[in-house]
Design a protein around this ligand. Structure first.
Ligand SMILES: [Mg+2]
Length: 228
């Protein structure tokens, strides 16, 4: 069930540092350049005609899953695959769709003196490009994208959450993570940070809740509910 305003306020009240997933809570990265098209272009750029791609690569339509698959099967390609995907993500965000309420959450955090760090499996360069194009960079204390060439850095690994907490000197109990995937909740659990599940598609609410999200919401239009 979507959190009541009271439940959400209870979760947010002690928070000094908001960790915010990018694809979903801030924008829909692949709304204009669809993920399967990005995966296809990534694959075609990496594997010349006739060259054998790793098992499963031909069918993979999720660009980040494809990056992980290729990097695991062909470590020699990990760096070039990451760079190629980062370029495609940067192209995608130019035609990405802002999430209603996402910008207001960023602005409200800053207005009320809460730090915001973006924590994402996407490439930092693409995130920076989006934030800059939408004049949002000033709201964000830091951008923590996947480590280039190292897909093991991606959530559900908690590393991308631990880095901004170390940079800001904040403890898990002073933080909240807002994400829209079960891997986000798993990363939050591993970092001991409570996760608000953003259920932006039918069926996600149950998945996020059973993964351990402390509350779930079905909209990013939170500012009227912020307790600060
Ligand atoms: Mg996401």
């Amino acid at each position: 069930m979507t959190a009541t305003p009271q439940q959400l306020a209870d979760v947010l009240r002690p928070v000094k540092h908001v960790l915010l997933d990018f694809d979903g809570p801030v924008c829909s990265v692949f709304a204009g350049l669809p993920a399967p098209e990005v995966a296809r272009r990534l694959r075609e750029g990496l594997f010349a005609t006739g060259e054998q791609a790793p098992a499963g690569a031909a069918e993979e339509t999720d660009p980040l899953a494809l990056l992980r698959l290729v990097s695991n099967a062909r470590p020699d390609l990990a760096a070039s695959a990451d760079a190629a995907l980062a370029a495609l993500e940067s192209e995608a965000v130019r035609v990405g769709r802002p999430t209603p309420g996402g910008e207001s959450v960023l602005a409200a955090c800053v207005r009320f003196g809460r730090a915001v760090s973006v924590v994402s499996n996407n490439a930092s360069a693409a995130i920076d490009a989006y934030l800059s194009a939408h004049r949002l960079s000033g709201y964000v204390a830091g951008v923590f994208g996947r480590t280039a060439g190292d897909p093991s850095s991606m959530k559900p690994n908690p590393r991308l959450l631990l880095e901004p907490m170390a940079a800001a000197g904040t403890q898990p109990a002073e933080c909240v993570f807002i994400g829209d995937a079960t891997r986000d909740v798993e990363a939050g659990n591993a970092a001991r940070v409570p996760t608000i599940g953003y259920a932006n598609k039918p069926g996600k609410q149950e998945k996020l809740a059973s993964a351990g999200a402390v509350v779930t919401v079905d909209s990013m239009q939170l500012p009227p509910l912020l307790p600060w």
